[in-house]
Design a protein around this ligand. Sequence first.
Ligand code: NAI
Length: 406
Amino acid sequence: MTLQRPIRALLLEGIHPGARDVLAAEGVSVTLMDKSPPKADLPKLVKEYDVLGIRSKTQLTKDVLDAATDLIAIGAFCIGTNQIDLVKANANGVPVFNAPLSNTRSVAELIIAEVVMLSRQLGDRSREVHLGQWNKRAVGCREIRGKTLGIVGYGHIGSQVGVLAEAMGMRVAFYDIATRLPMGNNKPAPSLADLLGQSDFVTLHVPATAQTRHMIGASEIAQMRSGSYLLNASRGDVVVIDQLAGALQSGHLAGAAVDVYPEEPEANGTGFVSDLQNLNNVILTPHIGGSTEEAQEAIGREVSTALAKFLTSGTTSSAVNFPHVDQPLLHGKHRILNVHRNVPGVMSDITRIISDQKANIFGQVLVTDPAIGYLVMDLDQEVSSEVCGQIATLPTSIRTRRLEDR
Ligand code: NAI
């Protein structure tokens, strides 16, 4: 497949208009839609586009991806990519780009706010005053200065929380299965048990994995200090909810802030029930850790910039399902991008085409994964169109594109 026209992008689900601007600046023709179309309409719609931008509601299943015959890239304008059949997208030669960093700060700020709220029982006091109850008290309400915050999972969010907490005068310790560079005076803990035992507040920032599922249950909570607090804005399955509720009811924990749940409603307004409801000093929020206007804008920018880089240079270094290539453009040379099935003989077929055309390769990178190979090749202008056309017709080729053809 070669393109001889402007690239057409469809951005669904009300993606921030900043994303359109980034793509339009590269000559992409962008169509914006507020919603995700009905499932049945998707296969017909996606046929018309080279780039798709979605958020969490549009399901890009195997059938939808197979219908998208012109598709060259997908932008997931969110963090999760469960809504996309990543294996199928990879097999079809389509890289998927998401926005892992854009809402880091939003989550970190929420956690800092909640540490103060828990320490001062602000949720309860606010509710009481709304109900007309005046309950001015200092007992059990403390400053956070000098207290220890224990961070489980010291990645993007965890380390940002550590920086902010230290600025508030807290001592910060963290536990991570990987070796992480401590920020400021943050201190690594030798084990989860050690971290739980030394912390006044424990905040969870781990991914959803087999190891993190139910990593905080009754026995871990028992290792936490009496009167300490637990915060979870990572994934719902990380905490055993009824065991946390038990520890709050018994008074072993003085409070909790929970943003994520094992089962969450799919849409706003529907009912929600949890064992954590109606307990003292428990802040419950509807998975809003990353939900800020700044994060939405940053997501639009992060994903559209990755897409634009891919469209203009073939760079895939931030793709979630694709071999990573980041090769600087060579001035005056023409670049061919070829995604092929990872089987023996592909490179010798391509080399034959190149030598038949008497072409000179100025730069070339091939990176493979188990299913596909991704070749980025820079040639002289005179021969690149013919070479590209011939490579595209090889039976092993999945997607072939000459950058200058758009
Ligand atoms: P990250 O990948 O940058 O950091 C995760 C850290 O956890 C890594 O350092 C990793 O080594 C560590 N880790 C993994 N398994 C561990 C284990 N068993 N014990 C200790 N450490 C472990 O991820 P990031 O961006 O910091 O996100 C963290 C979590 O926050 C994710 O679960 C993500 O889904 C969630 N999140 C929630 C949001 C919300 O709205 N509440 C918004 C954004 C992210």
